[in-house]
Design a protein around this ligand. Structure first.
Ligand code: RIB
Length: 350
């Protein structure tokens, strides 16, 4: 279906282009409520985005991409924004917006009314089918990533979360830990649940006890406040679902006089820039944040050029960044000592 122009809206509404332009740009004080309501209804039905008219009048070829995120302050998302900004062509404008999952639809509608040409959505989409129909109707291509699952409606970028959970567990197992804890948010998104699944499955494959799982707010404060609960458990290693949680836990453990990693090992997830600068520097599972941003932007720009191109789902690898918050568990030292004794004792008896 051809995208409605301002002339189509005017003809369909029985008004002049000037009237329609004024109403859709909210200069509508001199028009009746009936006229205003009629023009908006026709514009919505034809999928017309008013501000594109202004750009078309200026002959502008600038494309505007909306980027919707759960947070601007979480270093994972700020690094994602920076990557998208660093890789954008000069004729593309960006509009960054935070949104809750609840307000996502209204925020997208707001961006469309202001004429965005495409969307990168990192916030959780609760009704993918409804949103897909709305964006198709308004001819706004989009790319989905991170906290969402691939529904097959459009291009999708994710990291190998299951592998990330496996890397964290394998690293702690190799250090001799067999009593582990996971610190996770109250409401885990699909990507984080997959992280946990990779971790738990790896423990099971190694015939190790199930990890204790404690829940808190997904923030540095949430990590700090859960430490009282951690202290009454017997875990010798903690897997925090993201680095912000890990940084809060790190501060709380140190305030309790715990020596990291001598007493407890701690591993995070994301590899945000702060991870290398806390003391001790954080061992973590790295998400390729720069590549996530670059890949998402590339897919959207390709779709803006070819609306009907085949749908891409790109999965990027996660990697282990070993720093200084993970170390050998005492049981491992005892095991090593025992192995030495097994070798040395017979020789001593000769
Ligand atoms: O730190 C923010 C977390 O939420 C990251 O793990 C990222 O994957 C997002 O889902």
């Amino acid at each position: 279906m051809k995208k409605g122009s301002i002339k189509d809206v005017a003809r369909e509404a029985g008004e002049s282009v000037t009237t329609v332009s004024h109403i859709l740009n909210h200069n509508d004080s001199r028009f009746s409520a009936t006229t205003i309501k009629n023009v908006h209804a026709v514009s919505e039905r034809l999928g017309y985005a008013p501000n594109k008219h202004a750009k078309q009048l200026r002959g502008s070829k600038i494309q505007t991409i909306g980027v919707i995120l759960p947070s601007l302050t979480n270093p994972f998302f700020s690094a994602l924004m920076q990557s998208i900004h660093d890789h954008k062509p000069s004729d593309v404008d960006l509009c960054f917006l935070t949104s809750t999952a609840t307000d996502l639809y209204d925020n997208i509608k707001h961006l469309i009314e202001r004429g965005i040409d495409g969307l990168i959505i990192a916030q959780y989409i609760s009704s993918p089918d409804v949103l897909n129909n709305y964006l198709k109707k308004h001819h706004v291509p989009y790319v989905v990533l991170d906290q969402n699952e691939h529904q097959g409606y459009t291009d999708f970028v994710r990291t190998n979360e299951y592998q990330g959970g496996q890397l964290a567990a394998q690293h702690l197992i190799e250090l001799g830990h067999n009593n582990m804890m996971i610190v996770a948010p109250y409401d885990m998104m699909a990507n984080m649940s997959t992280r946990v699944a990779g971790f738990v499955d790896t423990l099971r494959t190694n015939q190790l006890p199930e990890p204790q799982i404690v829940h808190t707010e997904l923030s540095k404060r949430g990590g700090l406040t859960i430490v009282d609960d951690i202290m009454v458990q017997s875990a010798t290693a903690i897997f925090a679902i993201n680095d912000e949680l890990a940084i809060g836990i790190l501060r709380g453990l140190i305030e309790h006089g715990i020596s990291i990693p001598k007493d407890i090992s701690l591993i995070g997830y994301d590899d945000i820039d702060y991870a290398a600068y806390v003391t001790p520097p954080l061992t973590t599972v790295a998400q390729p944040i720069t590549d996530i941003g670059k890949t998402s932007l590339t897919l959207l720009l390709q779709r803006l050029q070819h609306l009907d191109k085949t749908i891409d789902m790109i999965e990027l690898p996660t990697t282990l960044k070993i720093r200084a918050t993970t170390g050998y568990h005492l049981s491992n030292y005892l095991r090593i000592f025992r192995n030495i004794l097994i070798i040395v004792m017979p020789l001593a008896l000769l």
